[in-house]
Design a binder for this molecule. Structure first.
Ligand SMILES: Nc1ncnc2c1ncn2[C@@H]1O[C@H](COP(=O)(O)OP(=O)(O)OP(=O)(O)O)[C@@H](O)[C@H]1O
Length: 454
């Protein structure tokens, strides 16, 4: 492969993977040769080799083929660390070209790849995440540091990584003068161990202390890993002392991370600790609406019936990742079979997800909702009164208890003031009969069922 071909490939890769990824991961690669359908490259570190192999091998291969190179796979080799004046000593037998030794401070930061979709524009703000969003926005302005660190925590799939990437995107665009490094705590550890092994710990320290904004995702990962914690603590202190911004995320609050040293917990709690709360209905609906808008360009002409998004927002409450996955699946499915997205289609396509998130409705909840709906006392529902105004709602509650819970008739009877199972059966039959002719009753039941299942 000629330099010219590689140059062309690089131009294409820049477009394919984005400028940041290109500068960080592709530009440092050196093509070494091509033989037996294997294109070989040198990478400066193992960390880089692993990242590139995992994340960029496919686009590199694709662009090489586009440029007419006949290649089956790529191979990335690591140049062993060596003194600056020594001859190159690759870990591979073939002779590599001489490598320029660059100062650490000029080298691109080994940031983990950023997801181009995780921007502030695509982040939907609601009550549960508004503080986290506002704090992240503030950091993204790159102005004077007002809280250090910004500590974002919350359960799985609630947007921590999204916000951190959004900060990095904004900073890179608006403050290209700042050295911004985003990586997971696992990658921090990996780099640290690597530096120890390669006796490059001074380079490691120098690099981490040269950063203006350091973002470490999933910091709970270093709990119980003593020397990594120690190094993290020193890095953290050095940056805070220099007035550099730090953003950290974790799955729980600093004080609740087990096996994390006390001094680190207290350091992490010093700035602004913000909780990303579980989503509420409005936020979920907002996210679904935004994502649906995006899909409209991808699937033009696909119709979505009213009520489907509301239904999903009610039923899929676990986390945003699962909610997004359900919507993606639904659009792909509907476009494949060429049908409008209706409630029925959603139920059919998302059976598994819906079953998993099915709420366990209790007889007590049913009694409470039915009492509220018919404006009768709960005690009357389970009591002995027989007048129609009480007896009918009671039968509705019996019917719903049988269809929405897995309780047996005797069990339901016990929860209805110790009634016999035959009484419960009678009540259920009555409602089944009436429902067919009484549309008001059928509507009431439908509504109550939806309320209870949401
Ligand atoms: N408020 C939001 N608006 C739009 N998309 C969101 C929002 N919150 C989360 N998401 C999306 O949900 C998915 C999961 O979010 P993210 O990866 O940031 O979660 P996380 O909190 O880092 O979870 P984990 O700890 O599992 O990594 C992403 O695709 C993200 O874009």
């Amino acid at each position: 492969m000629t330099d010219e071909t590689w140059g062309q490939v690089c131009n294409q890769l820049q477009k394919a993977v984005g400028q940041n990824n290109y500068t960080t991961w592709i530009a440092p690669l050196e093509p070494v040769g091509l033989s037996d359908g294997i294109a070989s490259f040198h990478a400066p570190t193992k960390f880089m080799r692993d990242w590139v192999s995992r994340n960029f091998a496919e686009p590199i291969l694709r662009e090489l083929r586009h440029a007419g190179v006949i290649v089956e796979r790529i191979e990335i080799l690591v140049l062993k660390h060596r003194p600056a004046n020594a001859a190159p000593a690759p870990t591979h037998a073939s002779a590599p070209p001489a490598r320029k030794i660059v100062s650490n401070l000029d080298a691109p930061l080994p940031s983990a790849p950023l997801d181009g979709r995780f921007t502030f524009d695509s982040f939907v703000v609601g009550k549960p995440n508004e503080l986290a969003h506002a704090a992240a926005k503030r950091v993204a302005e790159g102005g004077p540091v007002s809280f250090n660190p910004l500590f974002l925590y919350g359960g799985v799939g609630l947007g921590k990584t999204h916000l951190m990437h959004a900060i990095a995107h904004d900073l890179r665009q608006q403050r290209p003068d700042l050295r911004v490094l985003y990586l997971s705590a696992e990658q921090f550890m990996y780099r640290f161990v690597q530096a120890l092994r390669d006796k490059q710990i001074m380079d490691f320290k120098e690099m981490f202390r040269s950063i203006d904004v350091l973002m470490v995702d999933d910091v709970q990962f270093i709990a119980g890993k003593e020397s990594t914690q120690e190094e993290f603590f020193h890095t953290f202190n050095a940056l805070v002392d220099q007035g550099k911004q730090i953003v950290i995320s974790a799955d729980r609050a600093p004080g609740e991370i087990k096996d994390l040293e006390e001094r680190i917990k207290s350091r992490l709690s010093c700035g602004l600790v913000v909780d990303l709360h579980p989503t509420d209905y409005e936020l979920r609906l907002g996210i679904l609406q935004t994502k649906t808008e995006n899909y409209r360009t991808e699937y033009p002409g696909l119709q979505i019936a009213p009520g489907v998004l509301e239904f999903l927002a009610h039923r899929i409450t676990s986390n945003v990742r699962i909610l997004e996955g359900a919507l993606t699946r639904l659009f792909a499915y509907a476009s494949l079979i060429g049908r409008e997205i209706t409630l029925d289609l959603a139920q059919e396509c998302l059976k598994d997800q819906l079953r998993q998130s099915e709420r366990k409705v209790t007889v007590e909840e049913i009694l409470r909702k039915v009492a509220e709906h018919y404006n009768v006392r709960l005690s009357d529902l389970v009591g002995p009164k027989r007048m129609r105004a009480i007896a009918r709602p009671r039968q509705v509650a019996m019917f719903l208890s049988k269809s929405l819970t897995t309780r047996s008739l005797p069990d339901i009877g016990r929860r209805f003031g110790g009634r016999d199972h035959t009484t419960i059966m009678h009540g259920i039959r009555k409602i089944e009969e009436l429902r067919a002719s009484d549309s008001q009753l059928a509507e009431d039941i439908d509504m109550l069922r939806r309320l209870l299942e949401s």
